[in-house]
Ligand binder design. Structure first.
Ligand code: DX5
Ligand code: ZN
Length: 219
C-alpha cells in the first residue's frame, strides 16, 4: 500500500495565544495542511491549555483540517462539544481509563474522524483491535504535556505501525508529535510517518519564517 504524501500539522501550543486567530491564518497561508490543537486537562497530563470554546473561536480563521489531540480523561462527555466547535479529527489517548472502543465509536457517530495516540512507553499492540475504525494513529515522540521537549526516537514503533496500517488495507494517517525538527522529521518519514506535528520548529523566528520552517520539515 502506498503511503500518503507528507503533511505538516503545526501545533498552536507554540503560537501567540493573544492573537490566536491571526496565528492560525498565518500557518494556513504558510502551507500547513493540518492545524494541530493540543487540549490538556491538568489531570491526564500535568498541564492545562484550553477547551472547545477556543477551538470554536479559531474555526473561522482556516478551512484546513482541525486535528484535535485530546490529552484529557474522560473524553466521552466532551466529544459533542469538540465536534460542535469544528474539529475534523479527534484523537484520544490509549492510556485513558474509559473504554476506548466505545469512545472511538461515539466520535465517528458524531460525524468526524477518529484517532488514537500512544505515549512513548505504551506498547503499540493496544491499537490493533481498533484498526477497523481508526483514521489516525499518533505516535508520541515526547511525554505528552509540554511543547519544546527533546525528541525520543520511536522509529521502531513507527515502522511497526506502518506495517499494521499497510496490512489493514485501510487509509490511516500515521502522525508523530513532539520534538520534530528537520532532522527528526526525516527519521520519522523514513520510518513511515506521513503527518508531522511541530510547534517549536514552525513558530520559531517569527511569522515571516513560518512558510520556510514548514517547508524544511517535508524532507
Ligand atoms: C505535547 C504536544 C505537542 C507539542 C509539540 O504534549 O502534544 O503537540 O506541542 O511541540 P514541539 O514541536 O515543540 O515538541
Ligand atoms: Zn499534540
Amino acid at each position: 500500500m502506498p503511503q500518503q504524501p507528507v503533511r505538516i500539522a503545526p501545533s498552536i501550543l507554540s503560537a501567540d495565544f493573544s492573537i490566536l486567530g491571526e496565528e492560525v491564518r498565518r500557518i494556513d497561508e504558510a502551507g500547513a495542511e493540518y492545524i494541530h490543537i493540543d487540549v490538556m486537562d491538568g489531570h491526564f497530563v500535568p498541564n492545562l491549555t484550553f477547551g472547545a470554546p477556543v477551538v470554536k473561536c479559531i474555526r473561522p480563521h482556516s478551512k484546513k483540517i482541525f486535528d484535535v489531540h485530546l490529552m484529557i480523561d474522560p473524553v466521552a462527555p466532551l466529544v459533542k462539544d469538540f465536534v460542535g466547535a469544528g474539529a475534523d479529527i479527534i484523537t484520544l489517548h490509549a492510556e485513558i481509563a474509559e473504554d476506548v472502543r466505545t469512545t472511538l465509536e461515539a466520535i465517528k457517530a458524531a460525524g468526524v474522524k477518529c484517532g488514537i495516540s500512544v505515549k512513548p512507553g505504551t506498547d503499540i499492540a493496544v491499537v490493533s483491535e481498533h484498526l477497523y475504525i481508526l483514521d489516525m494513529i499518533l505516535i508520541m515522540t515526547v511525554e505528552p504535556g509540554f511543547g519544546g521537549q527533546g525528541f525520543m526516537d520511536m522509529s521502531e514503533k513507527i515502522r511497526a505501525v506502518r506495517g499494521m496500517i499497510d496490512a489493514s488495507g485501510r487509509t490511516i494517517d500515521l502522525e508523530v508529535d513532539g520534538g520534530i525538527n528537520p532532522e527528526t522529521a526525516k527519521q520519522c518519514i523514513e520510518a513511515g510517518a506521513d503527518v508531522l506535528v511541530a510547534g517549536t520548529a514552525v513558530f520559531k523566528d517569527g511569522p515571516e519564517k513560518y512558510a520556510e520552517n514548514i517547508q524544511k520539515l517535508r524532507g
